[in-house]
Write a protein that binds this ligand. Structure first.
Ligand SMILES: C[S@@+](CC[C@H](N)C(=O)[O-])C[C@H]1O[C@@H](n2cnc3c(N)ncnc32)[C@H](O)[C@@H]1O
Length: 194
């Protein structure tokens, strides 16, 4: 994370291109969506990267799924803008916004069928506390609330912060109407039951 003046948004001053060996979550996610034959679904994606593969593959694979992504990196948002300009057929079903996920406001969120929380606990620090941002658990709860009954919430077990995330997930699982579906490659999949 960039050195930032206290009180400013805790953004990500970096650019993540597709590095499947290091971080396969987005590719595993696209594979899982296709293998599970998820169609006509609204998908929320935490941490688009600058490659935007989830939005692009979704637009190209005929699933009629749509993706709302969030990035905290200005550089990654810039490549989304370029993508949108150059490929309106992708932009039709793929929107990304710039912001800190810990500042989400549920009033602005649609009903969702699939939520990908791959980077839970990776980036939240005391810098987010300075402006009263949500916690990891609050983000998970909010997005669970916005997930339709039968929808999926997906975590990434190879995240460098998964040890911490696993504790949040264990509490979340006990208190939210969700059930574990199982693993797909590096992904841990839950389903909303109510
Ligand atoms: C290591 S990159 C991984 C990108 C992609 N999921 C992949 O696996 O290739 C982490 C992603 O999380 C995003 N990110 C970091 N902090 C964030 C925050 N507070 N809110 C939203 N997104 C954040 C970054 O912008 C970046 O897209």
């Amino acid at each position: 994370m960039a050195a930032q003046e206290s009180g400013k948004l805790h953004y990500w001053d970096a650019f993540w291109d597709l590095r499947v060996d290091e971080c396969p979550c987005d590719v595993h996610f696209c594979d899982w969506l296709e293998k599970t034959d998820i169609r006509n679904a609204s998908i929320f994606h935490f941490g688009t990267g600058g490659h935007h593969i989830v939005g692009i593959r979704t637009a190209e694979n005929g699933s009629n799924n749509c993706v709302l992504g969030i990035t905290a990196a200005p550089q990654e948002y810039e490549t989304f803008i370029q993508l949108a300009i150059e490929r309106p057929e992708v932009e039709k079903t793929y929107k990304t916004f710039f912001g800190d996920i810990y500042q989400l406001d549920k009033r602005l969120l649609p009903e969702l069928d699939v939520v990908a929380l791959f980077h839970l606990c990776e980036f939240r620090t005391e810098k987010n506390d300075l402006y009263g941002a949500l916690t990891d658990r609050q983000v998970a709860d909010m997005l669970t609330e916005k997930t339709r009954k039968g929808g999926y919430i997906v975590f990434y077990t190879k995240s460098f912060a998964f040890e911490t995330a696993a504790k949040v997930i264990a509490e979340w699982e006990k208190e939210q109407p969700v059930e574990k579906v199982g693993m797909y490659e590096s992904l841990l999949v839950y389903r909303k039951t109510k």
